[in-house]
Design a protein around this ligand. Sequence first.
Ligand code: ATP
Ligand code: LTN
Length: 333
Amino acid sequence: MEISAKKRILSGIQPTGTFTLGNYIGAVRNWGLLQQEYDCIYMIANMHAITVRQNPADLRRQSREAAALLLACGIDPQKSIVFVQSHVPAHAELSWVLSCNTQFGELSRMTQFKDKSARHADNVNAGLFTYPVLMAADILVYNADLVPVGADQKQHLELARNIASRFNNAYSDTFTVPEPYIPKTGARIMSLQEPDKKMSKSDTNVNSFILMLDEPDAIRRKFKRAVTDSEGAVYASEEKPGVTNLMSIYSVFTGKSFEEIQREFEGKGYGEFKDAVAQSVIDVFSPIQNEYRRILADKNYLDGVLKAGAEQASRIANKTCAKVYKKVGFLQL
Ligand code: ATP
Ligand code: LTN
């Protein structure tokens, strides 16, 4: 990637399982679309993943699978940098310095920490607590201008912005203060079973989420079972979270507005609506699944992409880290 005047984007996704429809709509889908306009850096966040206990063999395999799925979604390694977080040590190095510029109280307010420590009460480790500092390091080490994520990551981004400004004030201008890029439709895709909860791949009920690698039959079945309401009319409203969620999904995949969708299904039941939503998802995911299988089978190619990505990323990250080490007064020999 040549040096250009384009703004820089960084984002990450954890290799904790196959991506859900929520990950795709809220984040990954936009990553591909943004490549034309920005210099993009996309990371498999395997260091974030171990804040929750992982099976080592699964984590290793899922890291390659996550990379293959990103490429299958249209992320082009000729245009963007794709790499695995642990291959670039500067993230961990910067994270330590930033953690000394982050307050305990700030981290205590993070809602994801509160949620995850309640869900994994037997393993409330220090990494789970300092997770947002590592995320800030991921972003600031590249001086990213923009960070495309779903709405659940907004609080972590606010923290990254605060850490950047605080460091700049204490040690002179060093970091770009990043802006969140959160899509208008689909920033928070909800569980198909409990539409007041976000769709999450770690949910124990498999009917609550659609995975990007689900077979067409599974996709149809899960949408058929999706919780709606007893009214039987397709329109968006706060009182109809299930139907509204399905409308958001259909809108993203067909490009139709909520008004158009409402008109399309006027006088028709939820059965027909759900079938149409399922088909719109299948039409987009099927070609991605074929491409995924092709890329995953070519291990040499995939590893080559990740190796080149780590080298490109390291070049940028090491420069920032050296600058920071100097500014905080670490002895240079
Ligand atoms: P987990 O359930 O294991 O915590 P996750 O499904 O939230 O994982 P992440 O790797 O933490 O996945 O998130 C990757 C990206 O997907 C982030 O940008 C996040 O904001 C986005 N995302 C996750 N869930 C949703 C959702 N339900 N709707 C929209 N975006 C989402
Ligand atoms: N915490 C993020 C994943 C992530 C990330 C990042 C996103 C790790 N580092 C840097 C944007 C920028 C999540 O989605 N759970």
